[in-house]
Design a protein around this ligand. Sequence first.
Ligand code: AMP
Length: 573
Amino acid sequence: MTNVTFEDLGLSPETLKAVKDLGFEQPTEIQEKVLPVLMEKQLDIIALSQTGTGKTAAYSLPIIEKIDLEGWQTQALILSPTRELCIQISKDIQSYAKYIPGLRVVPVYGGADIQKQIRDLKKGAHIIVATPGRILDLIGRSKADVSMVNTVVLDEADEMLNMGFKEDLNAILFETPRDKNTLLFSATMPSEADRLAKQYMEEPLRITVGKKNSGAENVSHYFYMVQARDRYKALRRLVDYNPDMYAIVFCRTRRESKEIADRLMRDGYEADALHGDLTQAQRDHVMNKFRLRHIRLLVATDVAARGLDVNDLTHVINIDLPEDVEAYTHRSGRTGRAGKTGVCMSIIHSREKGRLRRIENIIKMEIVQQPVPSGEKIVEQQVLHFVDRLRAVEMNDPSQDALLETARERLADLSKEELVDRLVALELSLLIKAYKNAPDLDYKEKHSSRGERERGRGRDRKPMREGRRSAGYGRDRGNWVRFHIGVGEKQGLQAGDIIGMINRATRSKDIPVGKIEILKSFAFFEVDANYVDGVEQGMRKADFRGKPVRVERAENSGPRAPRAPRRKKERVW
Ligand code: AMP
């Protein structure tokens, strides 16, 4: 980093003051590279940069400086892939322009009342920040006019193209003047983005921040190698080992994200899913909970997490390795923002090692193998965290003195050691029990025998915290009885459906359910041995989506036992 200051970049006193108010002391690398160029010249720019590098200010400060406040017409159009990013950019611009009265920024995006946006546009919009579909709609209705803009910004251009906005972008750019300034910001440069640049930009200046396609510098990259079936357990261990974790857990499909979030919630974690099946209102609800930290683990697909603007994620977890490097770059770029450090953890299978190395080569950073935290390490970490919390408790409310005096009197016979032991037991006994003798989850080239693995599995499933469904977890494997059910993934069966069936069949919500395995056309679930008869009887009339379905005991059921599923198709959460 050089010693360039914002003062050196030719900003007006108003924007300088706003930037200082925001606590920005020095320009970021992209600001240093882009700002002076745009302040001086009319030039097209292609900037390869991650979100979190300060790119919004890099392009919007010069735009703000050049706005003619006397003019009523729209002078800049900023296109972004998602509603969330659109709102964020518009808020950022408003904060940069807070000492420029009369400068109007209007965000327009899909999934919101178009009439209100039309009213906002009517009041005047020097800058429009828009998602492609909505602005095209507004242009079509003659409610937005981009025919006189000086600048068009394509923010997260690769994401817009990924999301299928290519045609919309062509149509929008067609409506803008030929001699405008076009600025393309992208984390990656897929060939489609190159084509777009060739078509609409004239001799663009290419700027790369950091290394091309690089993972953010302040993100540490780790991987954990486990057997496919242990991914969920490994995830729980990573979460338990990092008690302050505030993370997005990435999955490849919306189904997986639902299933994992369901399991986490069942196991007592503050988690929820963000995926494409949610309505806009549900999506907003989940995101608000996440922003307010009412949930700390957001289980999401790549598409659903687009534009999600949360700056202080401690971790990004890949439940499996994404198919392509771009997705990895985008995912890991969601942590380590705004000068903070972050960690990107990938839970991988030995078969994914090749892909891991390809990703390393492209992001030019090492992804370091780490052991999955052992039960012992997790307990130690949690005890230390508890001690830190205990020390940090604020004790300055005099109104509680009398109450505390009573408590002290009642506990007077206990020594300090006993008190500490009891406090720790109270807070952590479930976790300590759950991780007692927990097996090693790291993938070994030479596997242990199946018997050993099975025994370990039973113990490791104990819940960390109490949950409605968790009451019977953690017994020895012998106490679980396995059932086979004649529908599976192909019919759309999900873990929640099985639990619903059990609830209906037994008219109870308290049957402890163990492992659920959903395979292509059938599934298995486990039930606490004490409840087997009730489940077996109730399930005789089981139905799935209105169709009768056969449910039978799978274990030791002689000739009726279904054939073992082929490993390859197994997807176990
Ligand atoms: P962006 O890449 O535009 O999403 O910016 C990421 C975050 O960095 C935002 O929260 C900005 O407010 C913050 N930011 C942008 N520029 C600076 C700067 N020069 N110094 C400190 N923080 C900044």
